[in-house]
Design a protein around this ligand. Structure first.
Ligand code: NI
Length: 137
């Protein structure tokens, strides 16, 4: 599976943006509010050949992610893999011990046709799946 981004749980968006920009990352879009996760999101890409994409997630106090932030502070907390079909991948992964805890939902911060789902592995923790739906022309 192809890695799409690494998700970082962070307390303060501006400080995290500065820190990643210092490391050579550049924003690929504006900071947006994601209703589903009740968090501010922003994506950055590393300079140079590697092209690592980082997603900054700053949960509000009312977010279900706020508890995680309290425990882990500022940290990388998931890797997102781009797949052709979330539905098919979830069937396969659930047979291999993964448990889906967030059903597929739109991910407007990534793109108009993007949807994501979250799974938990007892061995490696949280994994996100991303599907870019094909648009008909
Ligand atoms: Ni993510």
């Amino acid at each position: 599976m192809q890695v799409h981004h690494i998700g970082y749980l962070i307390k303060r968006m501006n400080k995290a943006l500065s820190a990643f920009e210092y490391l050579g990352y550049r924003r690929t879009g504006a900071v947006v509010y994601d209703e589903g996760r009740d968090a501010e999101l922003c994506f950055l890409k590393s300079a140079g050949g590697g092209k690592i994409c980082v997603e900054l997630v700053a949960p509000r106090r009312t977010s279900s992610l706020y508890g995680l932030l309290k425990v882990y502070k500022n940290t990388a907390y998931h890797i997102c893999y781009q797949v052709d079909s979330i539905q098919e991948e979830v069937v396969r992964m659930e047979q291999n011990g993964y448990r889906m805890f967030r059903e597929p939902e739109p991910a407007p911060a990534i793109g108009e046709n993007a949807s994501v789902a979250f799974l938990m592995s007892p061995a490696i923790g949280m994994v996100e799946l991303l599907e870019m739906k094909q648009t008909r022309d």
